[in-house]
Design a protein around this ligand. Structure first.
Ligand code: NAP
Length: 285
């Protein structure tokens, strides 16, 4: 019997590539997305390649949407083997000029969205006696690299603590929870980034530094990975008999984690600052 996977945020980027790759590897895959009008492309490919891939509406911010989608998948298959918590975005802006509502929304999707879907699948995985939950965190879930991404970093740090603790809670039931930690990925992520509404580049006291960070993005994105590389890491984790908890993706992620292991907190901060001030990028020679 084919394994059953649910992937959130499959309308683009990492979620889109992961859904297709899992389906191409004989996993019955539910490519879920909040906006079904974005499903035509993936449905067309699935049909052309005769893949076991269905799309389903699932907004990770919405209890009803999550429970409806998961209940239907369980009803139709009697199981869920894999959940990939991928949906997410970043809120960009100085904290002082970001509203509490914008920050809560960031957590609603990136953190509570993961909790919502995870809670929805656990009873099924526990009863069937196995399952894998893959949380797409970020290198920024381990290291607070850049300014003006406070809520994003915090939401991903939260995922990491949540994952470490939940692993121990669910190991008796043979449910494994894994972190994927990409560096910069060339998806629609930056286009989908939300800017704090209170930030005005003509008036903000942070405008100069924001400009420096934007300019630094060029070098930061120079070592980007294609979303399919993240998808391949997810498939490798699923095929591994004993996967690692943390799975970095990309040259930049490897370099950042190496630096984090070698440098003091202050040295790390200095190095991160140099990447956007001096545009050196997150690759250490
Ligand atoms: N790109 C990077 O550099 C990078 C690096 C590290 C980690 N990540 C993480 O990777 C994940 C995927 O990002 P990506 O790079 O593939 O970016 P992306 O192309 O912008 O994809 C984000 C996906 O999340 C979906 N989404 C957002 N809010 C949602 C909600 N409330 N319910 C359901 N789906 C929702 C989007 O749907 P819509 O099309 O409807 O907006 C889209 O499908 C995110 O968690 C991100 O934090 C990305």
């Amino acid at each position: 019997m084919a394994k059953v996977a649910v992937v959130t945020g499959s309308s683009s980027g990492i979620g889109y590539e992961t859904s297709l790759l899992l389906a191409r590897n004989q996993i019955k895959t539910y490519a879920t997305m909040r906006n079904m009008s974005k499903s035509d492309g993936i449905i067309k490919i699935a049909s052309e390649e005769n893949l076991q891939l269905d799309v389903a509406q699932l907004d990770v911010n919405d209890d009803l949407s999550v429970n409806k989608a998961i209940d239907k998948i369980v009803k139709d298959n009697d199981r869920i083997d894999i959940l990939v918590n991928n949906a997410g975005y970043d809120l960009f802006g100085p904290l002082e000029e970001s509203s509490l509502e914008e920050i809560k929304q960031q957590f609603e999707t990136n953190f509570f969205g993961v909790i919502r879907t995870t809670k929805a699948v656990i009873p099924t995985m526990r009863k069937q006696g196995n399952g894998t939950i893959i949380n797409v965190s970020s290198v920024g879930g381990k290291v607070g690299l850049l300014p003006f991404l406070t809520a994003y970093h915090a939401s991903k740090f939260a995922i990491e603590g949540f994952t470490e603790s939940l692993r121990q809670e669910l190991d008796d039931f043979n449910i494994n929870i894994i972190l994927i930690e990409p560096g910069y990925v060339s998806s629609s992520f930056l286009d989908n980034s939300k800017s704090a509404k209170g930030f005005d580049s003509n008036k903000s006291p942070y405008a100069k530094k924001v400009q420096q960070v934007f300019q630094g993005f060029e070098s930061i994105t120079a070592y980007s990975s294609h979303p399919s590389k993240v998808a391949q890491t997810i498939l490798d984790v699923l095929n591994s008999p004993n996967p690692e908890l943390r799975n970095p993706v990309g040259k930049d992620a490897d370099s950042i984690f190496k630096a984090r292991a070698e440098l003091s907190d202050k040295e790390m901060e200095q190095w991160a600052r140099e990447t956007y001030m001096d545009k050196k990028g997150f690759i250490r020679q």
